[in-house]
Design a protein around this ligand. Structure first.
Ligand code: M6R
Length: 611
């Protein structure tokens, strides 16, 4: 978590840093700070958001053309002014920003204290600043070598940028486990945790790899390993546009991203699902297709919403491709002693491509000989680089902490994979294949139709804005949707919400039902329809309040439920793609009505890069 930015060049650094921090605030927003090097080095930092930091900025910071900035998601030490980054070393020679965790910080700190080094904060980052300075002063080496030597003593993860007062012409950046991108301008460089703060200045970027150290002067960048081996940086071109990372007239990123779903699903299809007559083409899987088709078992790993998408994938792969599937929380999988066979295929799903637990689970699966595929949104992120092959979702940047369009694009990719395997295995007739592809390509248009009814969903949200508890139920393909609907509500509105398989309700949660608690039932017309109608009756028989997601024209549930959200008729295998949309909007409107910070919910961060 945490967002870091840096600049070196001819511009006034401060606006570059502040704009960058605003773009990265989704990664953490407990405190913020900047350090700017002009005539002298100035640091401003405080608890709170970047807008709070702006109140502490004055003219004296305007002249610097080198600077670094940080927005924090606290791990070591509570969010307060002192623990905010940047951190200055004991004698003030080094200033550092850091994203990640230094695991052996306590031992390093004790050893520095024994040598009279003084600390101001409780953070692991200050240990790193002091260690660098200690080596610099004791060994009389330059800043670069001091940084490399200090990092070789560190256990843990870091994306960091270091400024040295004695060497004001350079920034030193390093990466291990936490992302760092460098934008290459004309005699200027931009650094950031992801490309969003960079894209408005340049589209040429270098993604640092684990173990890389970059020594950056305004006219030159040198890339090395920790052991001092120089390497040629690979400059890549970004294909995102500045418009994609603005709110585009919407009140919140989350609302914009919900409304972008027809487009992002179309982008995810593009070039892959062409026509009813041609095969699905997933270029990223081309080299691994034989193994994927022959797989005895698929293990899907992910966290949060990505794990929910994986559950939909389980139904899809088993239904269509007849491959047995297990879906695992990455955080559990990595600490178990999982049985992984050589002919298993592991699929890691992640929007950010940086989730620490998912990355660790990938490494474990690879160590044990499995082929690992990735389904990721952020191009060039760690997961696509560590997996054997994969498919990008083309959802575009997702800034709202609550994942929306990433989920529907992940499900779109999983559906494409399952249909493609099914077809290659000869499990699907030509006629069924044509029907499926036709239905699939109609999904964006059907989502547009749901979105046009957003005002009806808002009216129902108004009635439930003061709820304290809620239950979400679904069966089959719609069970993961119930989980996802519940996650959306709890994470942005702080209303307790529990997702359950509808049939399990009578094994416990039915005791919660009263006249106040909304029970949201995802009950579109599928093979479990009759069963879920019975579940709704069970709720109504106990005077429960039912909000149901139903198929257009369904009069049976309409007569039973208190409120309904209609979605167009759709094949069972695509039901998740449509039915989740009203639940995203429902959560969004409730959270707005409760005055919650929808895009930056409390205690959360967009990508969880700590375990
Ligand atoms: O970037 P990832 O998809 O790996 O992130 C996984 C979860 O952290 C993420 O889905 C989280 O649960 C979202 N806040 C859900 O809206």
């Amino acid at each position: 978590m945490c967002g870091i930015v840096g600049y070196i060049g001819e511009r006034n650094a401060l606006p570059v840093l502040i704009n960058g921090l605003k773009r990265l605030e989704y990664r953490g927003y407990d405190s913020a700070g900047v350090a700017v090097l002009g005539e002298n080095l100035q640091i401003r930092k405080c608890k709170g958001k970047v807008t709070d930091l702006e109140k502490h900025l004055d003219k004296s910071l305007q002249s610097g053309t080198v600077g670094i900035g940080h927005t924090r998601w606290a791990t070591h030490g509570e969010p307060n002014d002192v623990n905010a980054h940047p951190h200055e070393s004991h004698h003030g020679k080094f200033v550092i920003i850091h994203n990640g965790i230094i695991e052996n910080y306590s031992r390093l700190r004790d050893r520095l204290i024994e040598r009279d080094v003084k600390f101001k904060s409780e953070t692991d980052t200050e240990v790193l600043a002091n260690l660098i300075e200690f080596i610099y002063e004791k060994s009389e080496v330059g800043a670069e070598l001091a940084v490399r030597l200090a990092l070789s003593k560190v256990i843990g993860a870091y994306g960091l940028v270091v400024m040295c007062k004695d060497e004001p012409d350079k920034l030193i950046a390093a990466r291990k486990g936490s992302p760092l991108v460098i934008g290459v301008g004309n005699e200027e460089y931009f650094l950031a945790s992801d490309a969003t703060p960079i894209v408005e200045y340049t589209k040429s970027v270098i993604y640092l790899n684990d173990g890389d150290v970059a020594i950056i002067r305004k006219e030159q960048l040198i890339l090395k390993t920790l052991k001092n081996d120089e390497q040629g940086p690979t400059v890549q071109q970004l294909n995102i546009d500045i418009g994609e990372i603005d709110k585009g007239g919407y009140e919140h990123f989350m609302l914009k991203e919900i409304f972008e779903q027809p487009k992002s699903i179309n982008d995810t299809f593009r070039g892959r699902v062409r026509s009813e007559e041609s095969e699905i083409h997933l270029g990223g899987l081309y080299n691994v297709l034989p193994k994927l088709i022959e797989a005895e078992r698929i293990i899907i790993i992910g966290c949060g919403t990505s794990w929910h998408a994986g559950l939909v994938g389980e139904y899809l792969f088993e239904d269509l491709a007849r491959i047995s599937v297990e879906v695992e929380y990455a955080s559990e999988f990595r600490y178990r002693n999982p049985i992984i066979n050589h002919d298993d295929v592991v699929i890691a799903i992640s929007q950010s491509g940086e989730t620490a637990d998912t990355l660790a689970a990938i490494r474990l699966a690879k160590e044990r000989g499995a082929m690992v595929l990735g389904i990721c949104n952020v191009v060039g992120s760690s997961i696509p680089r560590e997996t054997d092959a994969g498919v990008y979702t083309h959802a575009g940047p997702e800034i709202g902490v609550a994942s929306t369009k990433a989920f529907t694009c992940q499900v779109t990719v999983l559906a494409m994979m399952a249909i493609m395997i099914s077809r290659k295995k000869g499990l699907i007739t030509d006629e069924r294949y044509r029907d499926i592809i036709r239905e699939f390509t109609e999904i964006p248009g059907k989502i547009e139709k749901i979105l046009r009814h957003n005002h009806d969903i808002k009216k129902v949200a108004e009635l439930f804005q003061n709820a304290t508890n809620s239950l979400y139920l679904g069966r089959g393909y719609l069970f993961p949707v119930a989980l996802e609907g519940a996650l959306k509500l709890k994470e942005i509105s702080y209303i307790h919400a529990e997702g359950y398989p509808a049939a399990e309700m009578k094994h416990g949660p039915i005791a919660l039902i009263d006249t106040k608690m909304p029970v949201v039932v995802v009950a579109t017309k599928d093979s479990s329809y009759e069963k879920i109608v019975s579940n709704i009756q069970e709720v109504k028989a106990r005077n429960g309040v039912v909000i149901a997601v139903v198929t257009e024209g369904d009069t049976v549930i309409k007569n039973m439920a208190d409120h309904v959200f209609e979605i167009p008729q759709v094949d069972n295998i695509f039901a998740a793609l449509l039915s989740v949309v009203p639940l995203q909007l429902f959560s969004y409107y409730i959270a707005v009505m409760r005055g919650c910070n929808v895009d930056q919910p409390r205690n959360l961060a967009k990508s969880v890069t700590v375990e």
